[in-house]
Design a binder for this molecule. Sequence first.
Ligand SMILES: *[C@@H]1O[C@H](CO)[C@@H](O)[C@H](O)[C@H]1NC(C)=O
Length: 257
Amino acid sequence: MTYLRTVQLSSTCITHKKIRPRILQVNVTDMLLVQNILVILVSFSYLISAEQQNKYEVYQKIQQDLESMKFENEARFMKTDIKIANMKERISQQDEIIRQQQELIERLQGNQELQKHTRQVSVQTKVAFTYRTSSDHSSLGSDQTIKFDRRMTDVSNSYSTSTGIFTAPVGGYYAFVLDTRTLPGRICWIDAVKNGVPIATNYMEAPSGQEDSETSFAVVRLDTGDQVWVRNKVYHGHSCGLDDLANFSGFLLYEDL
Ligand SMILES: *[C@@H]1O[C@H](CO)[C@@H](O)[C@H](O)[C@H]1NC(C)=O
């Protein structure tokens, strides 16, 4: 039938018209609807105006055409459904990629923290010293500072032999060892002090003609600039005397980070 072919031709034209994807998304259903209605209207107008003897033939042809139009529509909708499913799949794949990248970023940030920490540890301040007395202190006064004037080792030069005071170059935990020996027959009370407050004590009581020695150890927290030194306390009026081999050592255990 020529008239039906004409209608189909015009509908094909609409379908093949170049439609940009954005417009297609919005209008594909509307276009299809308009096209379908047009085909139906034109077909039925021919049916009504057809000669009585041709009506049955025309009617059959219209039915066939409607049937194929239905299939065509179904196929188009199916294609759209598949496209949507594909898009959903792609979106979920991209979500997964974003999630993995966020994980990676977090791991990298963790690594940076670790590197920062490692750097700090590797540049930790070094403090380690031992000083020794070089002569006897035969008569120590009350609160007199004992100066350890012989430098045995000192990596940070934080102990002053002229003042007898150790000054913490950084905050942290420090360990100190105090090693003293009396002159024969003397009674001594020697304190290691932090900013004037005792942190360790050597108490020695030598019988006459003999010496007595003691060692003490302390771990203390110091802020930068805190001071530690060794001083004599006159115990019950006893005159203290130390021999020339007293040792005072210290080192930094953990630096504040
Ligand atoms: C101090 O150290 C030296 C060397 O080890 C040692 O000869 C001396 O006896 C020590 N002093 C004391 C009081 O222990």
